[in-house]
Design a protein around this ligand. Structure first.
Ligand SMILES: [Fe+2]
Length: 179
């Protein structure tokens, strides 16, 4: 099983058994992917005990947690973990089953080929209705959108749950099953 969801900002309430009962049928070979702003690796210096508690809580879940980084991460801390190869791409393992999928990598996870990054200028325009300016990164993703074949493109960051043209899906707190 693979579930996918949006930004957490260190609030992992959606993964508790009451909100996500399906986890009772899951194993470490089943995955929950967070599309950015994981926030679980943040301020060890000030409240490390709380951070450790939540990371251990995720580690003790029956499933494996995977996350792509968003703009709200502590990149210094995230990148202080050693880079390892996992399922064909580079990762940081925060815990054995709490794993950072690095940007621009391709993984084969549960029979799905997954390419990790964020969203393009045209998707951003569709969501923001003129509110967001394209930048070099969203333009780069625009080129990828034109040239890369994909079945679904899931992304977070904009704090909403929306389905754009069927295969482009913005996620926030909603969790959807993709395999
Ligand atoms: Fe966010």
């Amino acid at each position: 099983m693979i579930y996918i969801t949006g930004d957490c900002h260190r609030n992992f309430e959606r993964f508790n058994t009451k909100n996500f009962p399906r986890q009772k049928e899951m194993t470490k070979d089943d995955y929950v992917i967070i599309c950015g702003d994981f926030g679980g690796v943040w301020d060890k210096d000030t409240s490390g005990r709380e951070e450790t508690w939540w990371l251990n809580w995720l580690e003790n879940k029956p499933f494996t947690t995977l996350f792509v980084d968003g703009n709200h991460e502590n990149f210094d801390r995230l990148y202080s973990y050693p880079v390892e190869k996992w399922k064909g791409g580079k990762v940081h393992k925060v815990r054995p089953s709490v794993i950072h999928l690095m940007r621009g990598q391709v993984y084969l996870i549960g029979g799905k080929k997954i390419f990790s990054f964020c969203c393009s200028s045209s998707m951003q325009a569709c969501i923001g209705e003129g509110m967001y300016e394209p930048d070099a990164l969203t333009q780069y993703f625009q080129d990828l959108e034109r040239t890369v074949k994909f079945k679904y493109w899931f992304f977070g960051h904009y704090h909403d749950n929306r389905n754009l043209a069927g295969q482009k899906i913005l996620l926030y707190e909603q969790m959807i099953r993709i395999a």
